[in-house]
Ligand binder design. Structure first.
Ligand SMILES: Cc1cc2nc3c(=O)[nH]c(=O)nc-3n(C[C@H](O)[C@H](O)[C@H](O)COP(=O)(O)O)c2cc1C
Length: 157
């Protein structure tokens, strides 16, 4: 995977955003757990969906983007920690010894793309609850974790 992947994707998606190199995205990124209410634009959804498709194909994964879904981070598991989570990536794939490794590799690419598109993210393996119907976990698949994404609320964390 070339290091200039973020450049490529933003141009390929054919809309204008502030272009950021993957190195800049790495430097800027830090976990954010509190978000403002702002639905993702069609262009952002398209760019993420395109990259998700690539990652799923290359990595043999079943990563899914869930938008405008507020239940996953509204229960006891996320209480007091996460606020305003409305969008997230479901990191899933067929059970395999190296599933976690592939989720980490491809998931981080998605997280860095989200950062380059102006979004904050946070990996969560425990602080959420599963929501029936919001995404699909097929037979033999495992949901390893979730990565929420949104625009940071103007507070710490
Ligand atoms: C796979 C994975 C699962 C995680 N699960 C949770 C979680 O359930 N709840 C949580 O508050 N932080 C969780 N974290 C930690 C945060 O996502 C984050 O890595 C940590 O706060 C460090 O922040 P930084 O990304 O700014 O360095 C998880 C991290 C990883 C890599």
């Amino acid at each position: 995977m070339p290091l200039n992947i973020v450049f490529f994707l933003t141009l390929h998606a054919q809309f204008i955003i502030e272009i950021m190199t993957i190195e800049e995205a790495i430097k800027q990124r830090h976990s954010v757990r509190k978000y403002i209410h702002k639905p993702l634009s069609t262009e952002v959804v398209r760019a993420l969906a395109e990259k998700i498709g690539e990652c799923n194909k290359e990595g043999g994964l079943h990563i899914q983007l869930v938008t405008q879904e507020t239940k996953a981070f509204s229960g006891i598991m996320s209480y007091g920690k996460f606020h305003g989570v409305e969008n997230y990536l479901v990191m899933a794939g067929q059970k395999a010894d190296n599933l976690d490794e592939r989720i980490g590799y491809y998931g981080e690419q998605l997280v860095l793309l989200a950062q380059a598109l102006g979004f904050n993210t946070c990996w969560a393996g425990l602080s959420y609850r599963k929501v029936n119907g919001a995404y699909k976990i097929e037979k033999g698949e495992k949901l390893t974790c979730i990565d929420c994404l949104g625009i940071r609320r103007d507070t710490r964390g």
